[in-house]
Design a protein around this ligand. Sequence first.
Ligand code: TTP
Ligand code: MG
Ligand code: MG
Length: 381
Amino acid sequence: MERIVLHIDMDYFFAQIEERENPQFKGKPVVVGADPKGGKGRGVVSTCNYTARKYGIHSAMPISKAYELCPEAIFLPVNMQLYQKVSEKIMEIIKKYLPRSIPSESEGLLRGSPKWEITSLDEAYLDISFLNSYKKAENLAEKLKKEILEKEKLTCTVGIGPNKLIAKIAAEKAKPRSELRSTTGAKPNGLLIIKPNQVKKFLEPLDIEDLPGIGPKTGMRIAQSLSLRSRHYANAPIRIRDLKKLSKKELVELLGRVGETLYERARGIDEEPVTSEEIIKSIGKEHTFEKDTRDPEIIFSKFDEIIKEIGQELFLTNLYFRTITVICRFTGFETHTKSKTLEKTTRDSEILEKEAKKLLLKFLLENPKLIRLIGLRVKIF
Ligand code: TTP
Ligand code: MG
Ligand code: MG
């Protein structure tokens, strides 16, 4: 059955909310994240508005680097409570665009069932196959964007395609900051629709790193493998059409199982369903130490605090968890995560404490480097 999938992602989300709350920031570079402390701050950038991106600032960059690039920017702390509230309001609006129940196919009216999936505070997928037409999908997207702008005074970008992969890349390319925005046929208001017969033409000229799953490392290995065949690839950026020159077998030999997925993605194939009737979110906290450290007392007392805070939030919100993830960033910004999925969901804070500490201990045993940041995240239900 042919699907129609919509992906929606808010533009420079945290920073756009800050602009909305403080109209005097308009037109100025705004960076949301850790305190730069005059260039000595140790956290990272959460996000920044597009004016700040022109200076080269981006998410996850050390805040000290951001300060170096643009000391005159407006630096703001992360006001997560506010962003979460706004996120909930936006998700409420999005949810309304799915019919509550759809007659089954045998009843002959519509196909598919209403499905949507929230994938972060500022993005979601909607399976809108029930509309049965890309024209109707476009109308829905226009209405949705308009309602969010009117009610929340925030802009977003929407991508529509035959699966999640294409919808996501389409949204990425339709972003106001995207260089390709005008060449892909995206509408100036941030909407790009890729119909099944346009997928090939859309994907082939894109950079391989536009495919989810290809970061700089994988990209490099693919580039090396191609340059062994022809000098043509030596210095040129590698496009998805180049990636298609590698057979499935070659990709698997090069990259393992990911190779198989990439072979399909390069061809626009993605069977991942839009899932989750239940909305899976996560609660997470992290802490950057003032100085990189290996002192177990400092590390574990901070970690205890984090565990307690998350335990309390679970208790207050009546939520259950099943997957626990510990994040550890070492000197030099090398970041690793370790996760544990429990047999069943629980809200037992003792289990949280025991499992989280086990994971952190593993980090300490495996890696002798100084620790810069620790964090803990639980997936909640
Ligand atoms: P994104 O949607 O990735 O980015 P964005 O909304 O800021 O900008 P864009 O227009 O490119 O979509 O992330 C959503 C929010 O999540 C972002 O506003 C801040 C937060 N975030 C972090 O805190 N750290 C990160 O590394 C990233 C990528 C996002
Ligand atoms: Mg966004
Ligand atoms: Mg996002």
